[in-house]
Write a new protein. Structure first.
Length: 336
């Protein structure tokens, strides 16, 4: 009897300890989320703040991952709590990441509107973005990484509060079931560094959405370069098109394989591959071979067979069609 009683005691103690550990872990997760949220800089319209050019892409990504790990019900409850903390408009960015448009009966998507913040973008032009199904202003998500695409707003009247926008998202939108992945070296494909991943995603955003004329405007590009460099938290230089393109190349890419007279062709080829979703997170350009003036092959850092491109009507196109993958899709396409 005593032996059975002792075993029962051990069993109940183990169960109680497991429950306690879960409670402690949940409490620690809650505190971690709140600490991460508070550590982010203020975001637009927060009383007494000047948040222009302050955006931590990696910080928002880590928060989105942590909230998704809580599950939808607990995450929404946590978002409601965060909307009551100082600088609550940071919740708006998380809403844009964690909610998606509801589908219509025939498969189309309903509107997922941006926050009602009156006023035009301040000081710099807005990236020319037309998204696929989701309105994400004032951010864009590239390779599963959020970037701020609007330097600011000229406030006209009272902007929509974070609480109000969160309420709209909960009532009118669906929870995003596509999982975000934190930027950690061990999570990276092909062992690419975290900085490489941030810079490559940022390079895609710039290369697809700025015209050649804009790249030649040194004053404009100096402003955009500083704006995007701040978001990647590094020393990246996005002030020139050629320099920005290098962030999409593998470390062992042979630049000598691109003759000076083929530089423009190389840029258009890489751009075509981005548009066809061949360069996802962790994927970089490893090798190019110009077979003729109008044909070329491109290989990527995943060791696959690569792609074959042909120039038709002065435009480079992939001969084997658009790649289908379960990787992060772009939330934007360029507008000419």
């Amino acid at each position: 009897m005593n032996m059975k009683f002792t075993k029962l005691c051990f069993l109940f103690a183990a169960i109680a300890l497991g429950l306690l550990n879960r409670v402690c872990a949940a409490d620690a997760a809650d505190k971690s989320i709140e600490a991460q949220f508070d550590a982010l800089p203020p975001f637009y319209f927060d009383t007494g703040s000047d948040a222009k050019n302050l955006f931590n892409s990696r910080g928002y990504l880590d928060l989105a991952v942590a909230l998704q790990e809580l599950g939808q019900t607990k995450a929404i409850a946590k978002l409601r709590e965060l909307a009551k903390r100082p600088a609550p408009n940071k919740v708006v960015v998380l809403c844009r990441m964690l909610f998606v448009a509801k589908p219509k009966p025939r498969g189309e998507l309903l509107e997922f509107r941006a926050p009602k913040w009156d006023g035009a973008a301040a000081s710099l032009c807005v990236f020319r973005i037309r998204d696929i199904g989701r309105q994400l202003d004032p951010i864009a998500i590239v390779n599963g990484i959020p970037f701020l695409t609007t330097p600011g707003y000229e406030s006209r009247g009272r902007p929509e509060s974070a609480k109000s926008y969160l309420k709209y998202c909960i009532a009118q939108c669906d929870w995003n079931t596509q999982k975000y992945v934190s930027l950690r070296d061990e999570n990276m494909e092909n062992r690419a560094s975290v900085d490489k991943q941030l810079n490559a995603a940022c390079a895609k955003l710039l290369l697809l959405n700025l015209s050649k004329k804009q790249w030649l405007d040194s004053g404009l590009m100096s402003q955009w370069a500083k704006f995007m460099q701040a978001q990647t938290q590094g020393a990246a230089d996005f002030s020139t098109r050629k320099g920005t393109l290098r962030y999409l190349l593998a470390d062992d890419f042979d630049m000598a394989s691109v003759p000076e007279e083929r530089g423009e062709d190389f840029f258009e080829i890489v751009k075509a591959c981005i548009q066809a979703e061949y360069l996802w997170r962790g994927q970089l350009v490893l090798k190019i071979q110009f077979i003729s003036p109008d044909t070329a092959t491109l290989q990527f850092s995943d060791g696959g067979k690569g792609v074959y491109l042909k120039k038709k009507n002065d435009k480079w196109v992939l001969e084997d069609g658009k790649r289908k993958s379960d990787k992060w899709q772009f939330s934007f396409i360029p507008v000419d």
